[in-house]
Design a protein around this ligand. Structure first.
Ligand SMILES: Cc1ncc(C[n+]2csc(CCOP(=O)(O)OP(=O)(O)O)c2C)c(N)n1
Length: 277
């Protein structure tokens, strides 16, 4: 395949896409397609499993194999696909609601199991598709359609959660860093075990305007100011409390992934039975 800047994986017959003007999903999509091309992935060896939501609609725009799963359960379908055919590269494409709220339990256990999947979670801090309800990543105090007086709950740091649960690779970038998103996806796809990439993104119709960021440019400005690599982040006192987020590769480990442990178990059983698997 020649150099197509990712276009070889883009489904063009249904464009324009359904996303709102200024939405970050297009940036993540093009970074992902460029990553496929940089890794020279063949269409037949990739399966993208998406959940339900605005980002979940991404499977409409790609020409690799795609499975549009149920809300919050993309990881379960993806686990089944990978277990059935370990040669496939399986991606999970989910929003923050999908990945951490209704699907939070699956996220914890996919990381604990260290399933060889690459999850790209687009975090726009709310449920975009269904009208901007709050999610588990909506920061405290923020206004959404279900927290009109300011969110009384705290958000959790999903990258920390995945690291603590046992995922091999954890990274975060914002949509103001398209080339780095591509790099993280390439790294995630190249590493065995559970890879998690959080992309901080703009919901320019709901979350942004609800919180004083009236235009996509306002949201971009805020990401450039608040999403910082670790060296810069560490220089800010109480950075997390002030709404700053660390970007870059946040964790890397080489723990064995689920399927290699499973094969090792089968080998032990076969040996115990005198060679018959
Ligand atoms: C079991 C179930 N519950 C609720 C819904 C309704 N629903 C569809 S998408 C969505 C939220 C999507 O938000 P998020 O995952 O953050 O993705 P975004 O749309 O912001 O990209 C909800 C609640 C559903 N489809 N299925």
């Amino acid at each position: 395949m020649g150099h197509t800047n990712g276009l070889a994986y883009l489904r063009t017959d249904i464009l324009p896409n359904m996303w709102c003007p200024g939405c970050g999903n297009g940036i993540v999509l093009s970074a992902m397609l460029r990553a496929f091309e940089a890794l020279k992935l063949e269409h037949h060896e990739v399966v993208a499993v998406s959940g339900i939501g605005c980002w979940g609609k991404v499977d409409d725009y790609i020409t690799v194999n795609a499975l549009h799963a149920t809300h919050g359960r993309a990881l379960s379908f993806a686990t089944g696909v990978k277990a059935a055919n370990p040669r496939l590269r399986v991606l999970v494409l989910a929003g923050d609601g999908d990945g951490t709220t209704i699907g939070g339990n699956h996220l914890i256990h996919s990381a604990r199991r260290n399933m060889d999947l690459t999850m790209i979670m687009v975090d726009n801090f709310n449920y975009g598709m269904t009208g901007g309800q709050y999610s588990a990543t909506t920061p405290g105090g923020r206004v959404t359609s279900t927290t009109r007086g300011g969110n009384p709950e705290r958000a959790f740091d999903v990258c920390e959660l995945v690291r603590a649960a046992g995922g091999n690779y954890v990274a975060r970038q914002s949509i103001a860093e398209g080339a780095l998103i591509q790099k993280r996806i390439e790294e995630g796809l190249s590493r065995p075990g559970f890879s998690f990439i959080e992309v901080i993104s703009a919901c320019t119709t709901l979350y942004g305007p609800n919180n004083g960021l009236k235009t996509p440019v306002d949201m971009f400005r805020q990401f450039k100011e608040k999403c910082l690599p670790k060296e810069k982040y560490d220089r800010i006192e109480n950075a997390a409390a002030k709404g700053y987020l660390t970007t870059g590769v946040l964790h890397q480990a080489d723990a064995p992934d689920f399927l290699s442990q499973y094969e090792a178990m089968r080998g032990r059983l076969a040996a115990a039975k005198g060679g018959r698997a």
